[in-house]
Unconditional design. Structure first.
Length: 255
């Protein structure tokens, strides 16, 4: 939920001085009305509010805020997230060793765990900032591991690996600017979530459709269509992160 800042702007004679809204990272919110004449005596507070208040402006701040239920390290959702992370090297080994169905089942279990830890975090009131950070990290590691191992086996061309890794490298380059703006990371947008989901669904299909695996032709076609859509969404989300980081940097310099 974003913080909503309410600014009361007063205009007209006899109102003393205008009330200004708090400063945000993007600077003060300025009224389009000219400042009140401070030379005119101010009426009593209640009368002044009735006589001088001419409008109420609600400004939605672009700085996201969220209240977390806990800051504990070992909660049920966090333990599930840690388990997902620990399973990443196992997932990679299964693909390299040719245990394709086991790798697909492990990735499916990881996806189910991803949903389950979010559900439990809300149900048990154990949402935490750490948990919110762990899930995107696990998703990226599974994508990177699948890409690298499928490239090693010759199932995915190297240029597709470069396309996706370049996007993540670009985001890593944003970290110094984000830290100077007081951020560790940006919130994941809906396009980025869609791209991640498409890629995580596409890789198992590409794997089982390859001639070195089960050779299911329709799985290869659908897998590459999903992978192409996921790559596009992945980059669209990455460009959005760049734009948001630049805005934060400009606000830091001007504010």
């Amino acid at each position: 939920m974003s913080r909503v800042v309410i600014s009361l702007v007063f205009a007209g004679p006899g109102c003393g001085a205008s009330l200004r809204s708090p400063r945000s990272q993007y600077g003060p919110y300025r009224s389009a009305q000219p400042p009140c004449d401070a030379s005119v005596p101010a009426p009593p507070p209640a009368e002044g509010l009735l006589a001088c208040a001419t409008r109420l402006v609600a400004v939605k701040s672009v700085e996201p805020t969220r209240q977390w239920d806990t800051d504990r390290l070992f909660t049920v959702p966090n333990i599930l997230s840690f388990a997902r992370l620990l399973a990443v090297p196992v997932f990679g080994w299964l693909i390299v060793a040719g245990h394709d169905m086991a790798a697909v089942l492990l990735l499916a279990a990881s996806g189910a765990t991803d949903w389950l830890d979010g559900f439990l975090a809300r149900a048990l009131r154990q949402t935490s900032e750490l948990g919110a950070r762990l899930d995107p990290i696990a998703d990226r590691l599974y994508i990177l591991t699948a890409l690298m191992t499928l490239t090693i086996r010759g199932i995915v061309p190297w240029w597709f690996l470069v396309i996706l890794v370049a996007r993540d490298a670009m985001l890593v380059g944003l970290l110094p600017s984000l830290r100077r703006s007081g951020r560790l990371a940006l919130s994941v947008n809906i396009v980025g979530k869609a791209g991640t989901m498409l890629l995580l669904v596409s890789f198992p299909l590409i794997l089982v459709g390859s001639s070195s695996s089960l050779g299911v032709d329709w799985a290869t076609l659908i897998g590459w269509l999903l992978a192409a859509g996921g790559a596009v969404a992945y980059w669209v989300a990455g460009i959005d992160y760049v734009v948001r980081t630049v805005r934060l940097a400009r606000a830091r310099e001007t504010g």
